[in-house]
Design a protein around this ligand. Structure first.
Ligand SMILES: Cc1cc2nc3c(=O)[nH]c(=O)nc-3n(C[C@H](O)[C@H](O)[C@H](O)COP(=O)(O)OP(=O)(O)OC[C@H]3O[C@@H](n4cnc5c(N)ncnc54)[C@H](O)[C@@H]3O)c2cc1C
Length: 302
């Protein structure tokens, strides 16, 4: 099927914004990657439904984009349709101690909302720079907590547009993952929080935020931790022991502050980031006998 056709259909199908040849480096925190053929911003659930049904019928590949904070997009970019829920699907509401947030909402906003309402449970996630949808898809976590810990249920859209709610007990979360078919879309999450004292909640948010600033190289573009922590201990420790802190390929560098971060020194290519990831994997395996598993997702045309 012609790429041109995809484009024509995308802009006819929805009223929400559609960008063509959208440079993915502008939509990802690592700031690398080539163009997405079409980047669609459905303005609500109905438009999203149209998009997924159409894509299924015409066999158009879909990639769901959160804030792109766990992604490395290859230099050739992404074929098909990239869907962002960040413009139309970010409502939040509460009912007692239960907060419901749509997938396109910035996770940070969800934490701020719960602080304002005097609800506790989400403090450790303050500072994770993704969306609610991305956080659930990745089972994001920090300081010993995972998003699934406070989750009641997730609402999902299947490729035929059917919407289903799944309670946590029926979902298979793992360390930095949620096992759902790749073509299903997370629409919202419901979180069970607890009433707490506002000042104490705010105090915890501040201390997590300070710890994050001290430990992470936040002044350069990155995709957060590149590798999952293996059972042998923190990935950063093994990367450091392999002597790789500060090691560079082109404009991509293993952070000298936090060895599990690869930073973009400016104008890095995705190919340099990927080669550096492969180099780190090889070196750590040779030095320590440890196989690192990637946390970041590499996407786009090889
Ligand atoms: C500076 C920095 C610090 C970070 N710190 C942490 C941390 O402490 N803990 C942590 O866990 N992570 C951390 N991360 C990684 C990242 O922020 C998280 O993985 C985050 O949850 C990703 O959310 P996102 O919206 O950016 O998702 P994206 O990167 O856009 O997408 C990630 C994956 O989720 C899928 N996805 C996104 N939205 C949906 C949806 N609605 N439905 C279905 N699939 C979807 C995408 O297709 C992709 O496969 C950090 C990243 C950075 C840059």
């Amino acid at each position: 099927m012609m790429q041109r056709d995809y484009r024509k259909w995308a802009s006819r199908l929805i009223k929400g914004k559609v960008l063509f040849d959208a440079p993915m480096r502008q939509f990802t925190s690592m700031r690398v990657g080539g163009p997405a053929d079409s980047l669609l911003f459905p303005k609500d659930m109905d438009e999203l439904k149209k998009v997924v049904r159409y894509a299924k019928r015409k066999k158009i590949p879909l990639l769901i984009l959160g804030r792109g904070t766990n992604l490395v997009v290859r230099d050739k970019g992404v074929r098909g349709w990239v869907i962002s829920l960040a413009q139309g699907m970010k409502k939040i509401q509460m009912d007692g101690e239960v907060v419901e947030a749509e997938a396109g909402l910035f996770l940070q906003r969800l934490v701020q909302f719960s602080v304002r309402k005097g609800l506790t449970g989400l403090e450790p996630f303050f500072g994770i720079p993704g969306t609610v949808g991305g956080g659930l898809a990745m089972n994001a976590g920090a300081w010993g907590a995972e998003l699934k810990d406070v989750l009641l249920s997730v609402t999902l859209m299947k490729p035929d547009g059917e919407i289903v709610e799944r309670f946590r007990s029926r979902l298979r979360f793992s360390y930095r993952g949620l096992a759902i078919p790749s073509s299903w879309i997370i629409l919202k999450g419901r979180f069970r929080l607890k009433k707490g004292k506002k000042e104490e909640i705010l105090g915890r948010v501040k201390s997590y935020s300070e710890m994050r600033k001290r430990r992470q190289p936040l002044d350069y573009p990155s995709a957060g931790s590149i590798f999952k922590n293996p059972k042998e201990g923190p990935a950063g420790k093994w990367i450091e022991e392999a002597g790789l802190k500060g090691f560079r390929i082109g404009r991509a560098m293993v952070s000298d502050r936090h060895a599990n971060f690869i930073i973009n020194l400016g104008k890095a290519k995705a190919e340099e980031v990927i080669r550096l990831m492969e180099f780190v994997e090889k070196r750590v395996y040779e030095n320590e006998g440890i196989s690192l598993e990637r946390e970041v997702k590499v996407v786009g045309e090889p």
